[in-house]
Design a binder for this molecule. Sequence first.
Ligand code: NCD
Length: 293
Amino acid sequence: MKHILSVDQFDKDRLRQIFSTADNLRNSGNFGETLKGKVITNLFYEASTRTSSSFYSAAVKLGASVIPINEVTYSSVSKGESLKDTIRTLGCYSDAIVLRHGTKGAAAEAASVSTVSIINAGDGAGEHPTQALLDLYTIHREKGRVKNLKIGMLGDLYWGRTVHSLTKLLRLFDVELYFIAGRGFKMPSELVRPGDIEVEGLTNTLPKLDVLYVTRMQYERHNISKEFIDYNYQINPEMLQPARSDLTIMHPLPRVDEITEEVDKDPRAAYFRQMENGLWVRMALLKLLITGF
Ligand code: NCD
């Protein structure tokens, strides 16, 4: 595997390898100099906190250096340089490029000309494969299994790329998927399979769920302003009352107002643990990609 572009590239054996590498790194605390002398470029055309800084931290902990291009305005992109030429350039100076871009398919376009590994860190409303890997790793850690689970995804399922990748990845497992979204924000039809349950409201579904994966409205993608959106949802302690006592609440973050801060104290809130898991999964991915799967 040279690039990480889509979750379609992973089977159960690969996932086991990635997660056991992540566990080993987490437990050993000794990262050696696995990537000494290597250089990773973070090339972000869109805003990021967790993805860019966890990849940065992962690279540095493994002994690599990082070229951080978190604001492409200060690169030659602002002079009109194409994505392909930018990738050709950065490939001369680095061993892997972590790319976030606003256009679906951008990571594949970059990989088509790249001499070094491309890691898709989000391509528009397309995919976010490394997020789905850390989400799956989190489900496994929180539940102790990825089977016989009822997993609900709530929010902007149409424009949210994390739920697209996670849905595809969960097809490898025996789980029941509930897509909870308002009109205009439903899961794209090509990702829905017979047996999936699509509903608009959470009330009747919540008590059944083992995992609730909440997402924010992706305003930057659809440009529909808040007052025109006829869909409201917010997770708060009161509405969680009918939920299972062992529910796992996840969110890729950033959260805006979909989950109130009071929920953070609830032991079922796993989103901060999920965010930390991102570091270990991304360390594992960099190590395996650069030194060989
Ligand atoms: C997500 C993204 O960029 O798609 N953020 C992240 O990487 N954790 C989710 C989002 O922005 O809503």
